[in-house]
Structures are given as C-alpha cells and as structure tokens.
Design a protein around this ligand. Structure first.
Ligand code: AMP
Length: 221
C-alpha cells in the first residue's frame, strides 16, 4: 500500500478508466473521485447543477471549467482526500482545469498523472458495448445474450446503457477529447509528471501496468 498517493488517470472515455480506478482505489486505499459520477449524482438528485449537466452530458459536451473546478476544489478539501490522497478520474479535462488544479493543491501536488492509452477505434467499440448499473455505477460489457431486465450483480440495481452513450454523443466526446483533453499529455509531460500506460491488454494486465507506474513514481529517486 502507498499511503497518501495523489493520482490522475487520463485517457479517452471508454479506455477502461472507471473500472481501473475502482480497482486502484481499493488497492491503494485512496478515494476514487470521478467528476462524471459526481455530475450523475447531481442529475439523480435533480439539483440545478444536475439539470444543466444532464443537457450537456447527453450531447457529449463538457460542463464549464468554473463549475467543475468549484466541485473538485470542494471535494479535495474533504478529510478523506486530504488525509489519504485520491485518484482523480475525468478531471482535469482541459488545460484550464489542470492549471486550476495546480493552484488548488499547490501544497500537496499530484504524484503522478497516468495516460491510459487506448486508440480511438477501440474505445468506440468498447463504449458501444458498455452498460452501467444505474445505482452503483458498476460497468458491464454487453454481449447480446443477457437476460432482460438486466440486474446488477453487485447491488441489484438496473443495468442500462448510459444516456450519453449514443453514437452522436460518443463521436462528439471523442472529438472534444482530441481538442481539449489531449493537450494535457504535453502539459504534464513538460514537468515530468506523466507516465503513459498502454491500455490495450486484458483488464488484469492493464491493472498490473497501472500499479507498477504508480509504484515507480513513488520510489525515491
Ligand atoms: P465521464 O463519466 O468521465 O465519462 O463523464 C461524463 C460526462 O460528464 C462528460 O461527457 C462531460 O459531459 C461531463 N464531465 C465529467 N467530468 C468533466 C470535466 N472535468 N469537465 C467537463 N465536463 C465533465
């Protein structure tokens, strides 16, 4: 176990980040902070933020930097994140968010940023088959042979396709990734905080590569 690790997992949507983050968070005993999950919780609760975010998410767009930075600032100030570190999933997504994050955690900087690299064509296939538990967020892969209604093995909730996993929204999200998020690779590469992990392998192998990258970053030079 690595106490107090602060990590960011970058990568295209559908690269398997969510599932790997859940495993990493158990392995390193640090909270998994997913801005997508935070927004989906706001949508379920029907808050003002949720109503606005649903519109943006269903189109595959990005919620504004100011709102996202405010959400993350508040979350990172919680005792669990301050004391145990965290894995950020889905944030930052723009250079503006990354700059704001450096200011928010200037006293406790990020240890390592991992880019989970999966080519666009492959994530397209994966997102199309992605199903998610509406209640606990567990991810599944549809094969077409499932019994309907599909019930989550973890919590008994309904397993469904995400509202934002339509063909148009997926294409829009992947375009936005190239335009707005991929510049973060260079942003973090510049000051030596980036590790690139090849995400084209079995989930167990990708997990092994990810933990090795985290451990290498925490080893004294
Ligand atoms: P995710 O669960 O990370 O795939 O996020 C789902 C959706 O939430 C994204 O397509 C965006 O619309 C929105 N979202 C999540 N995180 C961010 C962020 N850091 N900045 C802007 N929008 C976000």
């Amino acid at each position: 176990m690595i106490p107090g690790a602060r990590l960011i997992l970058l990568g295209r949507q559908g690269a398997g980040k969510g599932t790997q983050c859940v495993r990493l968070s158990r392995h390193f005993v640090v909270p998994h902070i997913s801005t997508g999950d935070m927004l989906r919780a706001a949508v379920r609760e029907g808050t003002e933020l949720g109503v606005m975010a649903k519109r943006v998410m269903d189109e595959g767009g990005l919620v504004g930097d100011e709102i996202m930075v405010g959400l993350v600032r508040e979350r990172l100030s919680q005792p669990d994140a301050v004391g145990r570190g965290y894995i950020l999933d889905g944030f930052p997504r723009t250079v503006g968010q990354a700059e704001a994050l450096d200011i928010i955690n200037s006293e406790r900087p990020i240890d390592v940023v991992i880019d989970l690299d999966v080519p666009r064509e492959l994530v397209l296939q994966r997102i199309t088959a992605r199903r998610v538990c509406r209640d606990c967020g567990t991810n599944y892969v549809a094969t077409g042979n499932e019994h309907m209604p599909w019930i989550c093995e973890v919590c008994g909730g309904d397993v469904m396709q995400r509202d934002d996993d339509t063909t148009e929204a997926i294409a829009h999200r992947l375009d936005l990734y190239e335009e707005q998020t991929s510049p973060l690779i260079e942003f973090y590469q510049r000051d030596g905080r980036l590790a690139i992990v090849d995400g084209v392998a079995s989930p167990d192998e990708v997990f092994r590569r990810l933990t090795a990258a985290v451990e290498a970053s925490r080893r004294p030079a």
